[in-house]
Ligand binder design. Structure first.
Ligand code: NDP
Length: 601
């Protein structure tokens, strides 16, 4: 009771509420509720709205030193860093019609990166570019990926509109054979997989999904031919349309404002609300930009990452919603290094700070959504801050004050019940619509095979997915024994950062170093030794923070693999953090002995 009086809220009541909100959303089918965009659903994924249909070309059967699979930021960075390391005989293979990856595909209205642009956009110092705003919209991000492509000569070495179907190690020739949807059989000494993390969109397995006779698409393949307008809005063709959007994650938060503004009627089908905090975007102060000293981008990224991993700091350079969450919710008192707290004390402080933060988020809903009290109630997130990806937007919540926008809460039925030929059924009512937009996310933590969508067979024809069936086994997350000259950029037994491009850049540099060194030492193959790999796996297991209890208490989502936390993001990363991981790799490179790698003639 005294707790409640002092705090101004009742922690037990909040814990009970969080539990009840989680329980009502838990589904026995977990991650199986989603359907992959293959087979009869392949058109949702394979359709490229940005190129003319029917592209064909003759198959390619040549050989390269390195093939990079993927032309998003991770592939571009691999290309750029290989180039800098002196590895020139490189090819990039990209499924889209241009560079950009996520930012090529996800050009929905309002698409924006919620990580500060000065940290997020890679190679800013190398290219002498300063982003226009603190948070860049997709057009600027996409253009930046094109800039990297141009400046590093990557257009000349890339084949676009090409999907890799399999990658097979040919032991006699010590080459990888890369097969594609154009009948290519390209050979390469080295493979760098740079597929990104949100590559394959997914659909909810809602009964009747094939019956709908109106128009439909996934947010990652926005159909401007149907809606009119572009990523800046002006969806003029929707003014006489009834539109349904299913899903309210980070993507929907950004595109719902434009849909609300332009649709005759918009229904937002929400199972779990996002936490929506202040965005506060602002134009770049170019006077400030002039004061930046060489090395500023790395310093800024490290400062950001340091605060997000709870390291002591003297200055918060980014000073935004992300760092504020970590400063308050992680509640790392600057003095904690002077008088260390017990883990229990720390957990209690963090939980209280989390309750406070989420109370603010819920208050923000009440302050903003004033026209529809029921919608305001339903828009309040009842879970801890890191159960789902936090979002930041200043136009999303006010959209629910519009008379043409209706929030349909589908939490009680654990989702939309049915799709019919005319529309969407929820809570027993049919909502007739002209268009259904699926904002239902990506295969981010799904089964590795489903996420990659490429067959990968190493020595003795062993499938990578069989090899990893009990979990990743790598050295530093990049390579695995039995798959010589094969490298992976992504989230796999390395350190995680919400600033993905910074993470990918350091991974790309490290991989480029290993490839360049293997060539300089005139060796044919490189792969981890069994001992080094075992040691790394053991180290990763030993540093895992057991946050299973935290994730188990969360409403379902991809962070906890739809309620099966043991298999979600909880496992398999280097928890001392990205700065510590990068320092470890730098030391490793400085030693110059390629420790833990086996190089063969
Ligand atoms: P999410 O996976 O975050 O959201 C999917 C949404 O679909 C959820 O709201 C989910 O509800 C809902 N849903 C799924 N099935 C049903 C159903 N049967 N009935 C009703 N609703 C359903 O996908 P997003 O595309 O929004 O975001 C994916 C990730 O992409 C983000 O987490 C982020 O990492 C990244 N991203 C990053 C951005 C950036 O600024 N850097 C911007 C946009 C995306 P429920 O929560 O209940 O499962």
């Amino acid at each position: 009771m005294s707790d409640t009086t002092e705090l101004g809220f009742d922690p037990d009541a909040l814990r009970d509420k969080y539990r009840a909100e989680r329980d009502k959303r838990l589904r026995p089918d977990g991650a199986d509720q989603y359907i992959a965009m293959s087979g009869r659903f392949a058109h949702y994924n394979d359709h490229d709205p940005y190129v003319a249909p029917g592209y064909t070309r003759a198959p390619i059967n040549d050989e390269k030193d390195v093939i990079v699979i993927g032309g998003g930021f991770s592939g571009l960075l691999a290309g750029a860093r290989l180039h800098e390391a002196g590895v020139k005989d490189v090819r990039i293979i990209e499924a889209g019609g241009d560079f950009g990856g996520t930012w090529y595909w996800n050009r929905y209205p309002g698409a924006q990166c919620d990580i500060e642009s000065y940290c997020y956009l890679p190679l800013l110092e190398e290219l002498g570019y300063i982003p226009k705003e603190k948070y860049s919209y997709v057009t600027e991000i996409f253009e930046h990926s094109q800039r990297i492509g141009r400046e590093y000569g990557l257009y000349d070495i890339t084949v676009f509109q090409t999907r890799v179907t399999s990658v097979d190690w040919d032991a006699p020739s010590k080459r990888w054979i890369v097969s594609t949807n154009h009948g290519d059989r390209m050979k390469a000494k080295f493979i760098v997989m740079a597929l990104g993390t949100a590559t394959r969109p997914k659909l909810p397995g809602i009964p009747g999904i094939e019956d709908f006779e109106g128009h439909t698409f996934h947010t990652s393949r926005w159909d401007y031919g149907y809606t009119g307008g572009d990523t800046n809005g002006e969806l003029t063709k929707l003014t006489d349309k009834r539109v349904a959007i299913i899903g309210t994650g980070a993507t929907a938060i950004q595109c719902v404002p434009a849909l609300g503004k332009w649709s005759r009627q918009l229904y937002v089908f929400q199972r779990t609300p996002s936490s929506v905090d202040l965005r506060g975007n602002k134009p770049t102060d170019y006077e400030w930009a002039k004061t930046l000293q060489p090395g500023w981008q790395r310093a800024r990224r490290e400062n950001f990452a340091g605060i997000l991993t709870g390291q002591p700091y003297t200055e918060d350079l980014v000073n935004d919603g992300w760092t504020s969450i970590f400063r308050t919710v992680m509640a790392i008192p600057k003095s904690s290094t002077d008088s260390p707290l017990t883990p229990q004390e720390m957990a209690a402080i963090m939980e209280t700070a989390d309750f406070r933060k989420m109370n603010q988020i819920r208050q923000r809903v009440d302050d903003t959504v004033t026209e529809d009290k029921a919608a305001a109630e339903a828009l309040k997130p009842w879970y801890r801050q890191f159960c789902k990806r936090p979002t930041f937007n200043d136009e999303y919540l006010p959209t629910f004050n519009r008379p043409n926008v209706e929030l349909v809460d589908v939490s009680e039925a654990r989702g939309v019940e049915r799709i019919t030929k005319k529309g969407v059924v929820a809570n027993g009512k049919e909502y007739e619509v002209d268009c259904i937009i699926y904002s239902t996310g990506f295969e981010i933590t799904a089964d590795f095979k489903r996420r990659l969508g490429i067959e990968i067979n190493g020595e003795n024809g062993t499938s990578l997915f069989t090899h990893f069936k009990d979990g990743f086994r790598t050295l530093h997350g990049f390579s695995t024994r039995g798959f010589p000259n094969w490298f992976y950029i992504g989230i796999s037994q390395n350190a995680l950062s919400v600033n993905m491009t910074a993470m990918f850049d350091d991974q790309a540099k490290h991989i480029a170093y290993i490839i360049a060194q293997t060539q300089a030492r005139q060796k044919s193959t490189v792969q981890p030794t069994q001992e080094a790999q075992d040691e790394w796996v053991k180290l990763i297991q030993s540093v895992q923070i057991n946050n299973r209890a935290y994730l188990d208490a969360c409403t379902p989502g991809y962070y906890n693999n739809e309620g099966n936390a043991g298999t979600g993001l909880a496992g398999g990363t280097y928890t001392p953090g990205i700065n510590a991981f990068n320092a470890l790799l730098e030391e490793w490179r400085k030693a110059g002995d390629m420790k833990g790698l086996e190089l063969n003639d």
